[in-house]
Design a protein around this ligand. Structure first.
Ligand SMILES: *Cc1c(COP(=O)(O)O)cnc(C)c1O
Length: 224
């Protein structure tokens, strides 16, 4: 199957046609991204700063680049001028650095706060208490150059569909719960980024607004 056919098939199986498809192109050559672009994709996700800054100038300028991986503070400056959305913000320190670099680039950078939802404990992210504390601390108010647009989460890597559903449902209910708090002016809860190649059906059934799909579009990744 070609990339275009894969994209068509994925779109056909969307439970929610309004859900944004972010094509996760990490490790794939720019030719593959161009193929997806030609099939209509404008949102691409990468998880490494080096790869993002390497590919960005080689491809059309109307692409919206999503940083989906763990982001180190000392690398924010390289993507600040152009990144469309940073999905994996997992600390206030990182958010402060994004704010600083956004200011330098004379822009506002949209971000999602990553929530730790997996029952396994290897994944990054805030837990519920930390998020409530962060929102109520008043510390977000002063970050004028970041705009928090929602939450992001990754389910446990498991075959257990019930567990995955439970984790996504938990994130959705936290999302709704946080909406009832008094949020700072630079924070909105519009976007819920959850779902990958193996679990996007479940994620959409549980309320995802954005799925990050890689291997189902581009094929298995080669890390050599
Ligand atoms: C790689 C990656 C994806 C895509 O994974 P697939 O299983 O290939 O769809 C989604 N989200 C994040 C954060 C990733 O690192």
């Amino acid at each position: 199957m070609t990339i275009k056919e894969n994209l068509q098939e994925i779109k056909n199986t969307f439970k929610n046609p309004d859900c944004l498809l972010v094509a996760v192109s990490k490790t794939k050559p720019v030719e593959d991204l161009q193929e997806a672009y030609d099939a209509g994709i404008r949102d691409f996700g990468e998880n490494k700063v080096q790869e993002l800054t390497d590919k960005q100038p080689q491809l059309p300028t109307d692409i919206r680049w999503h940083m989906i991986g763990h982001l180190q503070r000392n690398k924010v400056k390289y993507i600040a001028p152009f990144v469309h959305l940073i999905h994996g913000v997992d600390s206030l320190k990182l958010l402060k650095e994004i704010d600083k670099q956004a200011k330098k680039a004379d822009r506002t950078i949209p971000c999602l706060l990553q929530v730790h939802i997996a029952e396994e404990d290897s994944k990054f992210g805030f837990d519920e208490n930390e998020l409530v504390q962060l929102i109520q601390s008043g510390e977000l108010e002063s970050l004028a150059n970041v705009k928090i647009q929602g939450l992001m989460g990754m389910a446990t890597f498991t075959e257990d569909q019930d567990q995955i559903r439970r984790e996504f449902a938990g994130l959705k209910s936290l999302f709704e719960k946080l909406k009832t708090l008094s949020l700072p002016p630079n924070m909105k809860l519009d976007e819920l980024s959850m779902g990958m190649s193996g679990d996007y059906f479940i994620a959409q059934e549980e309320g995802s607004t954005m799925v990050r799909i890689g291997s189902a579009i581009f094929g298995a990744r080669n890390y050599n």
